[in-house]
Design a protein around this ligand. Structure first.
Ligand code: NDP
Length: 291
């Protein structure tokens, strides 16, 4: 079977094209959407993610600022900085890059972001609204997955979706989104995690498998049924010991999935670019609250 590649690059370009008119409307009212990103410590991948995010904002003529803090920064200091950003009208969106150093409590930090500026959609109020199917800032990666499915006209209604992973960032919210009673969703969703015995028992029954576990090449061709759609969210930096270089691998084994799946999001170039595009879109939405 020919496996169609679902390109997040292509879909994100269409998002940026469509967003231009919204930016123009805001500009006409002298509103320039602004994002503040807080980066604590010197985690390599986090630095790359933040750079990619802010570069995209700059390319679109939007304002963004990265506040880099030492990894020893206290939780109290971080809370003070967040309070200032909450009160500063320049910033419509605030993002705290995760993971945070272990002496800082993620939940306390996320809860202290003004929910109206929580463009990552991780605040409990926004996650609760999402679960209730109410308008909210939807976490960027799950929102990006849904946008890819819509773009390629892959309707989930009456389909069985199996999500592997239950984090608040990807697995949990995408399991909610796919099962909501709304266009392109309305699926029967099963969520698997480290407490699930024999995950392939579930994935073999799935019309759509969404992988968000962070385990390189976890899902093989033998674990899916012919014609399944595979959405691979995983980004795993894996070292080639012979060449001493790193490469990015997803959570599925592309070589055996290709030819068996009907569609697949690649790594890189699949869900990654969508996460950034949805961050831009959420920041525009936050700025539009001023209109
Ligand atoms: P987390 O580590 O927060 O969550 C991983 C989830 O997968 C947990 O629920 C965990 O179970 C489950 N899990 C881990 N290993 C196994 C296993 N062997 N079998 C079954 N379940 C397992 O990760 P994230 O959700 O933040 O990210 C997941 C992946 O997606 C990562 O590779 C990350 O880099 C990538 N990612 C990509 C993004 C993108 O833009 N493309 C954005 C965000 C993340 P349990 O709950 O029991 O611990």
């Amino acid at each position: 079977m020919d496996t169609k590649i679902l390109s997040g690059k292509v879909v994100s370009e269409s998002v940026y094209k469509n967003i231009k008119s919204r930016i123009d409307i805001l500009a006409a009212k002298s509103i320039n959407p602004g994002l503040a990103v807080i980066l604590v410590g010197d985690d390599g991948p986090s630095q790359v993610y933040v750079q990619n995010k802010t570069k995209t904002f700059t390319n679109l003529g939007l304002y963004s600022e990265t506040i880099k803090l030492k990894k020893e920064t206290s939780q109290k200091k971080l809370l003070e900085i967040l309070q200032k950003l909450n009160d500063d009208n320049k910033y419509h969106g605030i993002l705290v890059q995760l993971p945070l150093p272990s002496h800082i409590d993620n939940e306390t930090i996320i809860k202290s972001i003004n929910p109206k500026k929580d463009v990552d959609g991780f605040h409990p109020l926004n996650l609760g609204a999402l679960a209730a199917g109410k308008p909210t800032f939807t976490p960027c990666t799950p929102k990006g997955i849904m946008r890819v499915l819509e773009y390629y006209n892959l309707d989930l209604s009456n389909k069985h979706v199996v999500v592997v992973g239950r984090s608040n960032i990807v697995g949990r919210p995408i399991s909610i989104l796919t099962s909501l009673k709304r266009e392109y969703s309305n699926a029967t969703t099963t969520i698997c995690h480290s407490g699930t015995n024999n995950i392939s028992y579930y994935t073999k029954q799935a019309d759509v498998v969404i992988l968000a576990l962070g385990y390189p090449q976890f899902l093989k061709g033998k674990d899916i049924k012919l014609g399944a759609i595979v959405i691979d969210v995983g980004i795993n930096r894996v070292k080639n010991t012979e060449t001493n270089t790193y490469k990015l691998l997803g959570d599925c084994e592309e070589s055996s999935i290709k030819g068996k799946a009907s569609s697949l999001t690649p790594v890189p170039g699949g869900i990654g670019p969508m996460t950034i595009a949805m961050l831009v879109e959420n920041t525009i939405e936050a700025a539009e609250m001023e209109l």
